[in-house]
Design a protein around this ligand. Structure first.
Ligand SMILES: Nc1ncnc2c1ncn2[C@@H]1O[C@H](COP(=O)(O)OP(=O)(O)OP(=O)(O)O)[C@@H](O)[C@H]1O
Length: 917
């Protein structure tokens, strides 16, 4: 138990002059010193040192201590003490009219609020934050007045109030029986309570103070921190003492004179207690034992009994002495200074409050009650009354504790339920937020690059099995797992096409080690439409991914009650996760107990990348954490799950709505697709690919819908033009078997984020049934060549038509000039696109989806819908983000050269990041 021997913290404050006082100042405050100034021969001691001396005499002085500053100097320390688990006490002492109530309570305006309202505000702020962290803190307030040596409950009407009684219990300490104990939930409630209590305090006008307190006001805030079976209670005790009065100066009579005698007597007892403690402190040095006689003195009055814990017990105590600066009040002020000096010499041993076992305290009180009852049975009538009242007090105390703790229990349950609800909402809002940000995240280049790097580090180096042109023979199919809506759902694998690490890794694993992947997949289950709506049937973790096609596809069912399932990337795990950053061989345990789901991290999680998060809070210890319905769990850096402990159509709908929306897709896009692939049998798979391709276009390559539409229109136009070109070619060069394919050429090397891909036309010669590429035309070249073909065609059949240029002029170098109808203008070759001899597939060329390297994410090679757009199966493009990009490929030859340079750079420097598609 922490124990600190500390002198009482003493601060003194000089108030401003009041109307009745002449302006002769006899006291000054400077630093920690109060000095008596002027000629006062009977006042031998001139300087009094305290912990702080506050000058509030004149607001225009630079060192003027305002209400706020006063709180900073003396009050704020109490907040931390009580939150750290110490009892604390603040009391104000001084002659009547010296400013105790002003310092203690202040005025209503925020600027002039006194110590208590400020202290409660800050304290409650701390309590609220403890509660928000899941702590069960119960606050109870009492407000009492010791008036004419009677304890009054200020939280009850004067008429109704039954006088509370003070008891001292060896286990509980000073206990006020019969006082209203109000449970406080909010600061506003507390402030209202304070106002009500103050309005009931006894106040009267005297010659020295128009609002003189006629009794001592005590405010007690009890804070109980509840755990399952224990409670830690610390109290904040604030006392505004009534002021010492001189009957000659206050000129009170009658009832007020009676009050004066009680006030002065109780203050005398207090002074005696303080002197006794001061003497003891001087004699015994640092001993924290309070001797019997000092203890006994506290029983002399109600006030001292109530303050006994603060002065001689276990508390961190502060005293604020208030003084008038005027010479007319010097005698009274001198008493206050001496009193405060003695208090300063007292050492109070503050121990951090220990946890009390609720059950054992109740049990011991029960036993005490039983023994009192036994004594009562055998008691003489003389002491029977005493025993009876003692038994009554024990009974009350026990019942009060029981009720309080039951209430705390109820409260804890309520809070837990509210927290659960909040977490559910949080999970849903997180889910919504996650969905809303998918698009943005997809554009997060940094992540993608990290992922790409990861892929590269773990994946197949591009040099493996390269073709003659240096291109890797990675076929799109090798990465791709297609989603076929007609496939039975249990065979359906997560779709690719996402930038997320998990799906990348997943795909990579599929391509590199499908056997292993198959192994881990076999442990997982995928939901089927038929699962709805009572899904999932047992507590489950459902994967969430920013890739809607991956989200919800993997489900972990904690099927067997009590069985501890190990999740990790090791093959020994019950549920094997792909090896991604942050996934340890054995990451965590998950098990089900009576329908409740628990997760326990395995080992100490030191690496931030290996963190396990539940609803955004990182688990720092290897201890079991209950997973509640709709919690959001993150394993490592890449796996995110929603927790379902019961069937949940709402969230299930949320999980799957993404796909429904996807399926719905924009009708105009569907129509456009149908327009392009019109005559071809449109299988659902093709449709799906086309749709995804267009989405990729829309999201990543085409800056707006209008340019997407434009692109589609041009594609359709090009397709018709190709048909024309085929007809003209067949007529003009029947033996060459020329054919044309529509391709897209993306500015891969330009590294532009957005842009519309160019359409281009591949010219193939069908020599010996093996098509060879003989040229690649841009769309505009194709347009002009088509015109030339048209002219040549016309001239063939209508000789009057003027001669035209050779539409296939770049090919004439190795072709004999063919049929008439066009001139061979070899000399006019202007187009650098000429490739002679034809090279195998030029590396700059990509099939369209691969060209989506423009976007930061790793978009899976979605097969371009092969109907309108012919894919070149093994093309490779490179991207080196950290290397200055060559400008857009105006010339394929330049592009090819650039790519070769880049390839060389990549292989020469292993640290160069590059990307293989
Ligand atoms: N620091 C201060 N700044 C401005 N006014 C003050 C200050 N301290 C006290 N006063 C004024 O002095 C008067 C007396 O103060 P207060 O009622 O607080 O005295 P008190 O010590 O509580 O007296 P009592 O013991 O009779 O209740 C009030 O009018 C109060 O507004």
């Amino acid at each position: 138990m922490d124990k600190t021997d500390e002198a009482v913290f003493v601060g003194v404050r000089l108030r401003p002059f009041l109307g009745y006082e002449s302006r002769q100042q006899c006291l000054t405050a400077s630093g920690k010193l109060i000095s008596v100034v002027g000629e006062f021969p009977d006042k031998k001691k001139k300087d009094f040192a305290f912990d702080c001396a506050m000058d509030s005499t004149d607001a225009s002085k630079p060192d003027y201590v305002s209400q706020e500053k006063c709180y900073e100097m003396i009050g704020r320390r109490m907040v931390q003490h009580s939150i750290s688990g110490y009892h604390t006490c603040l009391f104000c002492y001084g002659q009547t009219g010296s400013g105790k109530t002003f310092s203690f309570m202040g005025k209503k305006s925020e600027l002039e609020q006194g110590l208590l309202p400020r202290l409660l505000r800050d304290l409650f702020g701390e309590v609220e934050s403890l509660r928000s962290l899941g702590g069960q803190v119960q606050c109870r307030a009492q407000m009492l007045e010791v008036y004419n040596e009677k304890v009054r409950d200020l939280l009850e009407d004067k008429e109704k109030a039954k006088a509370p009684e003070i008891h001292v219990h060896p286990k509980v300490g000073v206990y006020v029986d019969g006082a209203t104990d109000v449970q406080i939930e909010t600061l506003e409630q507390l402030q209202k309570l304070l106002e009500t209590g103050l309005s009931r305090a006894s106040v009267a006008a005297t010659m020295r103070n128009a609002t003189s307190s006629r009794g001592h006001t005590l405010f007690r805030l009890l804070m109980e921190k509840h755990e399952a079976h224990t409670v830690v209670s610390s109290e904040v005790f604030c006392v505004d003492l009534a002021g010492r009065e001189n009957e000659k100066t206050t000129k009170v009579t009658g009832e007020n004179f009676v009050e004066l005698t009680f006030i002065n007597r109780s203050l005398m007892w207090l002074a005696q207690c303080i002197q006794g403690l001061g003497r003891q402190a001087r004699q015994r040095g640092n001993s924290d034992e309070v001797d019997g006689s000092s203890r006994a003195r506290f029983r002399n009055s109600k006030l001292t009994l109530l303050l006994s814990n603060a002065l001689a017990g276990n508390s961190k105590t502060c005293l604020l002495g208030t003084l008038s600066p005027a010479a007319v009040n010097l005698d009274e002020s001198y008493v206050t200074l001496n009193f405060a000096s003695t208090v300063k010499s007292i050492k109070v041993t503050a121990k951090r409050v220990a946890k009390v076992d609720k059950d054992s305290l109740i049990q011991s009180l029960n036993e005490e009650l039983r023994s009192l009852k036994d004594q009562l049975n055998s008691a003489t009538p003389r002491n029977a009354q005493d025993l009876d009242s003692q038994a009554g007090f024990i009974r009350n105390m026990m019942e009060s504790y029981k009720a309080r703790w039951e209430e705390a229990q109820k409260n804890a349950d309520l809070l837990r339920r509210q927290k659960d609800d909040a977490l559910q909402n949080l999970a849903i809002s997180r889910w919504r937020f996650a969905r809303a940000t998918v698009k943005n995240e997809l554009r997060d280049e940094a992540r993608a690059d990290a992922a790409i790097e990861q892929l590269h580090l773990q994946g197949t180096p591009p040099s493996q099995g390269t073709q003659s042109n240096g291109a890797s023979p990675v076929s799109p199919e090798s990465f791709e797992v297609h989603f076929d809506p007609h496939e039975p759902s249990e065979h359906r694998l997560p779709e690719t096409g996402a930038s997320q690490v998990e799906s990348m890794r997943y795909q990579q694993s599929l391509s590199t080690n499908s056997a292993e992947m198959g192994a881990w997949l076999s442990h997982w289950r995928t939901p089927a439409a038929s699962d709805s709506p009572m899904w999932p049937p047992i507590p489950s973790l459902v994967i969430y991914s920013k890739d809607p096609s991956f989200s919800g596809r993997l489900i972990f069912h904690a099927e067997e009650e009590g069985r501890r399932y190990v999740l990790g990337c090791s093959s020994r795990c019950d549920f094997q996760l792909p090896q991604t950053p942050g996934i340890c061989p054995e990451t965590c345990l998950i098990w089900q107990e009576s329908g409740r789901l628990f997760l326990k991290p395995l080992g100490i999680i030191l690496l931030p990348s290996a963190a396990i998060e539940v609803n955004g809070t990182r688990l720092v210890r290897a201890e079991a954490k209950e997973l509640l319905h709709q919690d959001f769990v993150v394993l490592g850096q890449s796996f995110r799950f929603f927790v379902f402990t019961k069937p949940d159509p709402t969230v299930q709908a949320l999980l799957f709505s993404g796909r429904a929306e996807e399926g719905a897709n924009d009708e105009s896009t569907n129509a456009a697709i149908r327009g392009i692939i019109a005559e071809r049998a449109c299988s659902p798979l093709e449709m799906e690919r086309a749709r995804r391709y267009l989405r990729a276009l829309e999201e990543d390559m085409v800056s707006s819908t209008s340019s997407k539409d434009e692109f589609l229109k041009r594609a359709m136009q090009a397709r018709n033009m190709i048909e024309d070109a085929k007809v003209f070619s067949k007529a003009l060069r029947p033996h060459d078997g020329l054919s044309y394919e529509l391709l897209t050429l993306s500015p891969v090397l330009s590294l532009h984020e957005l842009g519309t891909p160019s359409l281009c036309i591949r010219v193939l010669k069908n020599a010996n049934l093996a098509p060879t590429e003989v040229a690649l035309w841009s769309f505009s070249t194709f347009q002009s060549r088509l015109n030339l073909m048209k002219n040549a065609y016309n001239r063939t059949f209508r000789p009057a038509t003027p001669a035209t240029d050779d539409p296939w002029r770049e090919m004439t170098a190795f072709w004999p000039v063919g049929a008439a109808g066009y001139e061979n203008h070899n000399a006019q070759l202007q187009h650098p696109v000429a490739i002679n001899p034809p090279i195998p597939v030029p590396v700059y060329r990509t099939q369209l989806p691969a060209a989506t390297t423009l976007s930061p994410q790793w978009r899976t090679p979605i097969q371009p819908f092969q109907i309108g757009f012919q894919a070149v199966p093994s093309t490779v493009s490179y991207r080196i983000p950290s290397t200055p990009a060559p400008s857009c490929t105006s010339s394929p030859r330049t592009a090819a050269r650039s790519v070769r340079n880049l390839e060389q750079a990549a292989s020469a420097s292993p640290s160069t990041r590059y990307r293989e598609i």
